[in-house]
Design a protein around this ligand. Structure first.
Ligand SMILES: *Cc1c(COP(=O)(O)O)cnc(C)c1O
Length: 230
């Protein structure tokens, strides 16, 4: 037997297997951890191939790409999840095209999305992105602002707040990475105790998802390990 074929199907199967293994290692039910395939930078033809494997929900980080792919793939019933930093002036396209936003990190954006969603007569699921790493390049709400932010989001009924999202610090030290994921879980637990219903934790990417699963991720966002290097 040689190496398994390096196809999208083989990479997807390997990722799902590794996620299941990480769940078992953490004593968790694999059914409790979803994989969000992140198709950013890959063209519509690649997403079409993934859709043929049964994947129907994809993460994107740029509104321009979201626009191009939804147009090219309008014949498929796909759901699009915004995971990248979002400018308020792009809220209109997002309100029209996305099924979910995981990068909600400020009130100005909540206000813009809500206004556009009202105009579209739509409501979407949102996750609040929290900054758990000190890196300047990482976006997200400062953790200490989360309680007040969640209270304010009650004013925007088109935004169904379902949980929290984060990106861990980029580090060779697994303890440092894991601390980011733990912080997000603890913030969620505190918010739950304060009366918010936040079942979802989106955390973990190709390079660090087993640590995120060990800390309670309900969803891992996987690009490279499924689609290849960008
Ligand atoms: C690109 C991206 C991912 C996926 O990263 P990989 O390392 O390719 O798995 C996950 N989350 C966000 C916010 C991203 O922008």
């Amino acid at each position: 037997m040689g190496e398994p074929a390096d196809t999208l199907a083989a990479r997807w199967a390997a990722v799902r297997r590794r996620v299941d293994e990480a769940c078992r290692a953490a004593g968790r039910d694999p059914a409790g951890v979803a994989v969000l395939p992140v198709s950013k930078t890959f063209g519509p033809e690649v997403v079409r191939e993934a859709a043929a494997l049964g994947l129907n929900r994809f993460g994107e980080n740029k509104v321009q790409e979201l626009r191009e792919k939804t147009a090219a793939l309008a014949d498929l019933a796909l759901e699009w999840v915004l995971i990248g930093h979002l400018q308020t002036n792009k809220a209109r396209d997002v309100a029209r095209l996305a099924s979910e936003v995981q990068s909600l990190d400020r009130l100005e954006l909540a206000e813009a999305l809500h206004r556009r969603l009202q105009a579209e007569h739509r409501a979407i699921d949102v996750l609040v992105q929290v900054k758990t790493s000190p890196e300047e390049s990482k976006h997200g709400l400062p953790p200490e602002q989360l309680p007040a932010f969640l209270d304010r989001l009650r004013d925007y009924p088109t935004l169904r707040v379902r949980g929290l999202m984060t990106l861990a610090v980029q580090s060779e030290d697994p303890a440092a990475v894991r601390a980011c994921f733990r912080q997000l879980r603890e913030l969620r637990d505190a918010a739950t105790a304060a009366g918010h219903d936040l079942p979802r934790l989106s955390m973990g990417m190709s390079g660090d998802f087993p640590l995120a699963i060990a800390e309670g991720a309900t969803e891992v966002r996987i690009g490279t390990a499924i689609f290849g290097h960008r």
